[in-house]
Design a protein around this ligand. Structure first.
Ligand code: ADP
Ligand code: MG
Length: 287
């Protein structure tokens, strides 16, 4: 049998293997992988470039640490035009807590635009649509906002997303702020709760792969007293979050904010400091 005919017979005879990829394909895909910058150089560095497309990233942290700020920042940064090294995409923001502030999104968009004008001005001279695109209002127009008031609404919205994504092919990030909020009360059957949350994150994982977009699930952590010391635990544990490929924990170190990679198949555990300023997530130097 010639090489080609053997190959053909393999292709024809193994329907179940159709979806298989070679390790070489996987490596090339990984090298071409797209990232969304967090706006913080050191955080991008430990993440290998930023938040990964095609993956689900869970971001945990205590209230006030900056999860929502990061979510808004990513919804803005995903829109950085391709000409400036970004994805030129759109964002879906699913707000279960009511903490998305449009004024803050406007302010972050202004910060992002002024950074682009400062740092990539040389690339922008060949970019005719630049003046219209680089307006805070255009950034706001590309964030699709869903306000969710109950867990049934959350389940229904996630189920509806596939149809929405078919129509809006430019969406490159889905932020859920936060994934567990409505599941903390009003859910007596704990096993069912774990299954529903797990099913939701699996569905989001499928969207991430199918539409090459990033999924960011914000989640609260609480402190729990175990064996004489305090430990951070994710709200509702992590038994439901198998579909989350990466987990980042934001935490306080004295008066400084830090981010820690808690789980990732490809990145080593590392810590980076970050600042929230009027403009963006920024690097802070630890002295
Ligand atoms: P979480 O979602 O983790 O509960 P947030 O993302 O809402 O926390 O973070 C709130 C914090 O972000 C505030 O306590 C404040 O320190 C900071 N913050 C919010 N807006 C601004 C701003 N315009 N300028 C500087 N810091 C801000
Ligand atoms: Mg929040």
């Amino acid at each position: 049998m010639s090489e080609t005919s053997r190959f053909r017979s393999l292709e024809g005879g193994h329907g179940a293997l159709k979806g298989a990829q070679t390790a070489w394909d996987m490596l090339s895909e990984e090298q071409m992988q797209k990232h969304i910058t967090t706006g913080c150089e050191e955080l991008d560095a430990i993440l290998g470039g930023g938040i990964h497309c095609k993956e689900v990233t869970e971001v945990g942290g205590v209230p006030g640490i900056g999860k929502t700020q990061l979510g808004i920042q990513l919804a803005v940064n995903v829109q950085i035009p391709v000409e400036c090294g970004g994805l030129g995409g759109k964002a879906i923001y699913i707000d279960t807590e009511g903490s998305f502030m449009v004024e803050r999104a406007h302010q972050i968009a202004e910060g992002c635009i002024s950074d682009l004008l400062d740092n990539t001005a040389h690339r922008l001279k060949d970019f005719p649509a630049c003046p219209e695109i680089l307006q805070p209002n255009s950034f706001l127009a590309n964030i699709f906002y869903f306000r969710i008031c109950s867990y049934t609404e959350q389940i229904a919205t996630i189920n509806y997303l596939e149809k929405f994504l078919e129509e809006q092919k430019d969406v490159k990030i889905i932020v859920v702020d936060s994934i567990t909020f409505h599941f903390r009360q009003d859910f007596d059957d704990l096993a069912l709760r774990t299954r529903v949350l797990g099913g939701m994150s699996l569905k989001l994982m499928r969207f991430a792969k199918k539409y090459s977009l990033a999924v960011v699930l914000l989640n609260q952590v609480t402190t729990k007293f175990v064996e004489g010391s305090f430990h951070l635990t994710l709200a509702l544990g992590d038994t439901w979050s198998h579909a989350c490929t990466n987990r980042i924990i934001l935490y306080w170190n004295g008066n400084d904010r830090h981010a820690y990679i808690d789980k990732s198949p490809s990145l080593r555990s590392a810590t980076a400091p970050f600042l929230i300023t009027g403009k963006v997530y920024e690097v802070t130097r630890v002295i």
